[in-house]
Design a protein around this ligand. Structure first.
Ligand SMILES: [Zn+2]
Length: 459
């Protein structure tokens, strides 16, 4: 299996630190409002990666943090007149519901920044001790970027270039403009915790370093997030973690998803152009949204549009229909199922090539429809389709047009028709057959039994 790593800019053979086990860390949300479909894209991507690794036999430990103290949370809580903790708790619950609605499995653990303060203070203490950090007069603590030889390696920048673009602000208490805060001295009215440097709160980059160290032992196999987190967030995570532990690399595979755009812009809260997950779910199903995301390779940017979403939704319905058709009882179709499955695996093994994997699913759905129309037993094809879909977290759940929910009623009508025929009431029996046919349900009389199927999609 190969995975592209942002750090090496190459597809690398996947080899976790401990055989058979994968430690996976994905940067989580800052819950201050409802999550949008850009979040859906990122978390679906990492859900698919996690599910696929598990399918390949790895035991995956998946950690996702919750930044529950942050300027945006504090500002919004103030304007609502409620404590910051209440606001972040409310939106974190809403986030978890959204994730469940999208069939995204929850992380094994969601550590919250406010519950991990002692670990973060300990990390700062170690970094100060090793001269990688310093406390300012105001009681903030900064990471000293010049103390790290390879600072900038993830984003491909070096300090000289960064210096050229940086502005030194008057009154700045930092030694170097690129030094970043690990501990922010408390401002009046803000949530704060005590520390050896005075009251304050942790910086955002610090929480991910401290949590990865605590929950995954300081060396992470896969660290995920959106491409917008490469700099400065992930760059700074590397700096803190590698300097604190002395263990390199902090992360074996840096995996970044491309960003979701709405029109020409990145979908983001700050730009105000977003569609929330709850809004999207009013029109589209989890399968539809997942297929939309997987139709593009995760490293590429993806553009959200109604047309693209509708196309994905139709695709989801086509797959569900193919999976739920009643099978004729003809001789089994002769497709090489193992070859189809191994194509799927090799697509996913190649840096999670979901567009190829999804096209294999649609091929399979076509084969099912053709096989059914030809009177072949399609059961084994359907089993394979269901298996491959479940690896990608596609539920194949019933849609409105799906016959599954109507199944008991159709069976009841078939049984009634049978009894009418036994009583030689052929006219009424034929009427049932014809009316079902008009509704799209075709009955197939065979010696001793009656089967049925839904008319195939007209495409
Ligand atoms: Zn992070």
């Amino acid at each position: 299996m190969k995975i592209y790593s942002t750090l090496t800019r190459n597809k690398e053979e996947f080899k976790p630190l401990k055989e058979g086990q994968v430690g996976m860390y994905v940067c989580g949300v800052t819950p201050y409002m409802d999550a949008h479909v850009g979040h859906a894209m990122s978390y679906i991507t990492f859900d698919v990666i996690r599910r696929y690794l598990e399918h390949r036999g790895y035991e995956v430990k998946y950690i996702q943090n919750v930044t529950d103290v942050d300027d945006k949370i504090i500002d919004r809580a103030l304007s609502h007149g409620i404590p910051a903790s209440e606001l972040s708790e409310r939106y974190f619950e809403s986030f978890k519901q959204d994730m469940a609605s999208l069939n995204i499995r929850p992380a094994e653990f969601f550590p919250k920044a406010t519950c991990e303060i002692p670990e973060m203070i300990e990390m700062i203490r170690r970094l100060i001790e090793k001269n990688h950090a310093y406390a300012s007069k105001s009681g903030s603590v900064y990471f000293r970027v010049s103390s790290m030889e390879d600072y900038g390696k993830l984003s491909g920048r070096n300090l000289d270039d960064m210096m050229a673009g940086a502005r030194i602000e008057v009154g700045d208490e930092k030694e170097h403009p690129m030094d970043f805060a690990m501990w922010k001295a408390a401002k009046p009215g803000e949530p704060h915790w005590n520390s050896p440097w005075g009251a304050g709160r942790p910086g955002w980059h610090l929480e991910c370093s401290a949590m990865a160290l605590k929950y995954l032992g300081g060396s992470v196999d896969i660290h995920g997030g959106g491409q917008d987190l490469i700099f400065p967030h992930h760059e700074n995570e590397i700096a803190q973690s590698e300097c604190a532990t002395g263990v390199k690399p902090f992360v074996r595979y840096w995996v970044h998803n491309g960003l979701l755009k709405l029109g020409e812009e990145k979908m983001s809260k700050s730009l105000g152009n977003l569609v929330t997950i709850k809004e999207a779910l009013k029109t589209f199903t989890a399968d539809g949204i997942r297929l939309f995301v997987m139709s593009s390779h995760y490293r590429n940017p993806l553009t959200y549009s109604r047309e693209a979403m509708e196309a994905a939704q139709r695709g989801a319905e086509r797959l569900s229909k193919a999976a739920s058709l009643a099978s004729p009882e003809g001789s089994p179709s002769m497709l090489d199922l193992e070859a189809i499955e191994s194509d799927f695996i090799s697509a996913m093994d190649d840096d999670f090539d979901t567009p190829r994997a999804v096209s294999i699913l649609f091929d399979l759905a076509r084969q099912i429809n053709t096989g059914r129309d030809g009177g072949f037993d399609i059961t084994s094809l359907q089993q394979l389709l269901k298996k491959l879909c479940s690896i990608l977290g596609i539920t194949l759940s019933a849609t409105e047009e799906d016959p599954v929910e109507a199944r008991p009623f159709i069976e009841l009508l078939i049984d009634t028709r049978k009894r009418l025929r036994e009583q030689k009431q052929y006219q009424l029996a034929d009427e049932i057959r014809d009316k079902l046919s008009k509704l799209g349900v075709v009955l197939e009389d065979k010696p001793g039994s009656t089967g049925w199927h839904v008319k195939g999609p007209t495409r």
